[in-house]
Design a protein around this ligand. Structure first.
Ligand code: NOS
Length: 319
């Protein structure tokens, strides 16, 4: 078998982040070499605390956690967090104990740059939150974009409504300037947006099965999922929950679970559509220069084998 792919997960845990991290740890095709943290579902300090806590739950405190930025790329301090989706603690208000472990000294952007240059072309960064740390890594070291193997990111809503508002998906909305830098950086990027993740639903029945399992991840997740499910009931009138972050992990594990298109993505940074991701398919030569011309292309996920994704999530989180 090929050597497992080295993965760094940039994360804002977050209930579906917790699922994604556990799923990654249970996926033999990949090796999680580190976690970096970012604001999004919670503020960065809490994201770090939760990342350390989740690794303790998994018995994987050997994996380093590097804390990320506390402010947006443009240093805004007024950030939007989604406590109504994940609970004030980010993990379904379960009163978990403080972790004993500590983050490493290096900041997330420094750690990303260091690892990418240590293993050129070998690292896949799976970005599950706003793209601030990745944009900062690009700023810190312009060779990061060629040293990093691939960036698989959860972000955008391609030709569908957003989840923060009709225009904008939460991770892009969290730091649109950073997102535009990353999308136009020239790195090998695969974007998984709401158009795909909204097809992947964990049902009430699936959660029941997890609750009845003796597996540590299954038991833990079935508890924290309660809050996430109640948000989906209120916001979407659905009995189940979207698997945004786990789907993105599986895109890195097995790209053939999805189909993709390729083109240029720009991010709107102002006005009522701030955070909108606009994909250009390159099928027309415009008469004048546009903001999409002469920019590198990225891959954007279009379809997903949702049944297989849910099946893998369930199998791998059961025991
Ligand atoms: O309504 C929402 N506002 C903010 N964040 C949300 C909302 N719904 C889901 N997510 C979170 O944002 C990412 C996907 O966009 C996921 O991490 C999900 O947990």
């Amino acid at each position: 078998m090929a050597e497992p792919k080295k993965i760094i997960i940039d994360t804002d845990p977050g209930i579906d982040d917790a699922m994604a991290i556990f799923l990654a740890l249970r996926s033999p095709e990949i090796k999680v070499i580190g976690l970096t943290t970012i604001f999004g579902n919670v503020y960065t300090t809490l994201a770090t605390r939760n990342a350390l806590h989740l690794l303790e739950v998994a018995g994987r405190t050997d994996i380093p956690v590097a804390e990320g930025s506390h402010v947006s790329y443009l240093k805004a301090t007024k950030l939007r967090v989604a406590d109504f989706v994940h609970g004030v603690d980010g993990l379904g208000n379960q009163n978990f104990p403080q972790p004993k472990s500590k983050p490493i000294e290096k900041l997330a952007a420094e750690y990303l740059v260091e690892q990418a240059s240590l293993y050129p072309g070998e690292i896949t960064v799976v970005a599950l939150g706003p793209l601030t740390n990745i944009a900062l890594a690009i700023k810190l070291d312009p060779t990061f974009i060629k040293n990093v193997g691939q960036i698989v990111l959860l972000g955008g809503a391609f030709a569908v409504n957003g989840n923060v508002n009709p225009a904008s998906e939460a991770n892009i909305f969290g730091d649109p300037e950073a997102a535009d830098i990353v999308f136009t950086s020239g790195a090998d990027i695969l974007a998984v947006g709401l158009n795909v993740t909204h097809q992947v639903i964990l049902t009430d029945h699936d959660r029941q099965i997890l609750a009845e399992s003796d597996g540590i991840f299954a038991k833990y997740l079935s508890k924290i999922l309660e809050f996430y499910y109640s948000y989906h009931r209120d916001a979407y009138n659905m009995k189940g929950a979207y698997l945004h972050d786990p789907t993105t992990i599986l895109a890195a594990v097995n790209p053939s679970l999805m189909t993709y298109t390729e083109g240029v993505v720009r991010v709107q940074t102002s006005g009522i559509t701030r955070g909108l991701t606009l994909f250009f398919n390159k099928q027309k030569r415009f008469n004048e220069e546009t903001e999409w011309c002469n920019k590198p292309t990225v891959k954007v996920a279009v379809t997903v084998d949702a049944t297989e994704v849910v099946k893998l999530v369930m199998e791998r989180l059961m025991y």
